[in-house]
Write a protein that binds this ligand. Structure first.
Ligand code: SAH
Length: 353
């Protein structure tokens, strides 16, 4: 047996790999090894979560952003973006439509847009919870003060997605001229401490990113133990400073998803829209490599294309019901089942018992 086979077996049996082992694996893995890895990840997912796939209705409610991340199409310096904001009433309308379609988690995502004051967001959380007490609310609105996170949690927000983006400090600094590496991590710790189910995660194939950097991403996640881990390929956007760089590949992303399943086995792992954009079967392949969450977009069709983190994002002309139909069919065709519930993480369910 090759060294890589031994490492894959070790990861499968023990859910543990050291940083140097991950680096070796990433640099030596062959296509045949990859199939073995995906299979182990699938078995691990089945052992923890069965064949159920959880759905989240994604509402991209504002594309205004005060930050200037080099990779992101919504960065403040991109003057080409036609900016939009949904009003609280419009967001509630999206929730109503999502609820009708059967979703029991609403993900409210935006650029960092302080137009939505703490008070507005608190009132919105309360209203969503009043209307849909059995649904979970996930926020993905970037960095705010700890007190804000606290009051939003008290008002009914259950979960918070904030990718750490990259655990390599120097790379993080280059990509985020308006943000601090330490602050991102402090936000993630604060969110966890407050009691949110937390989603961290990173991009694969960032310019300058090394195998050691990706190994560091996994080691950071092993320590943080988030409830969810979002992993997607970097896709260049032409109106950004990284527009002419190479993007990440579907293969490399799938390897990272599968390794995340082996090393943080109890976490929820989305098959990301970015992976679906890069490869027509990207999300199905992710489901077969350990992912167990899909996020159908329920943003109004009129503004969807303006939420362009990267270009050619799929589903831009679709209506929410199209996405529901398409995604449910893909899940079934891949051999899995849609779970109708809120889909909490196992870590959370253990804690709340
Ligand atoms: N403002 C929020 C939401 C960010 S958008 C926050 O700070 O958390 C959601 C995710 O899209 C980001 O965390 C980033 O990982 C990803 N993203 C942004 N630009 C991208 C690109 N060009 N290619 C792939 N993913 C990208």
């Amino acid at each position: 047996m090759s060294e890589v086979s031994n490492l894959l077996e070790k990861a499968y049996q023990t859910n543990e790999l050291a940083k140097f082992e991950i680096i070796y694996l990433l640099e030596s893995i062959t296509p045949a090894d990859r199939e073995v890895l995906y299979n182990y990840a699938l078995k691990t997912k089945q052992a923890y979560y069965g064949d159920k796939i959880y759905l989240r209705g994604l509402i991209e409610f504002s594309n205004y952003c005060r930050q200037d991340c080099l990779y992101c199409g919504l960065r403040a310096s991109n003057a080409q973006v036609k900016r939009y904001r949904l009003t609280p009433e419009e967001i509630l309308g999206c929730c109503a439509q999502g609820y009708e379609l059967g979703y029991r988690t609403f993900v409210l995502q935006s650029g960092e847009d302080l137009w939505y004051t703490d008070g507005m967001l608190v009132a919105l959380m309360q209203e969503i919870k009043k209307r849909y007490p059995e649904a979970a609310i996930t926020l993905s609105i970037g960095e705010r003060r700890r007190e804000t996170y606290q009051s939003l949690f008290m008002a009914g927000a259950d979960r918070f997605l904030m990718r750490h983006e990259t655990a390599a400090k120097e790379l993080y600094k280059k990509l985020h001229p308006t943000m601090l590496f330490e602050n991102r991590r402090a936000c993630l710790s604060a969110l966890k401490d407050i009691g949110y189910q937390v989603g961290a995660g990173f991009m694969v194939g960032l310019p300058g990113q090394t195998s050691a950097d990706l190994a560091e991403d996994l080691r950071y996640l092993i320590e943080l133990r988030p409830d969810m881990v979002g992993i997607g390929p970097f896709i260049p956007h032409s109106e950004t400073p990284l527009g002419i760089k190479k993007g990440g590949t579907a293969e490399d992303t799938l390897v990272m998803v599968a390794l995340a399943r082996l090393l943080i086995p109890e976490s929820l792992l989305p098959a990301t829209t970015a992976l679906g954009t890069l490869h027509p079967q990207g999300r199905e392949l992710a489901l077969k490599a350990g992912a167990n969450v899909l996020m159908p977009i329920i943003t109004p069709t009129s503004v969807r294309k303006q939420y362009a983190l990267y270009e050619n994002k799929i589903c831009g002309d679709d209506q929410p019901q199209d996405c529901q139909y398409c995604i449910e069919r893909r899940i079934q065709a891949a051999g899995f089942e849609v779970d109708p519930g809120r889909g909490d993480s196992l870590q959370y369910e253990c804690k709340s018992r």
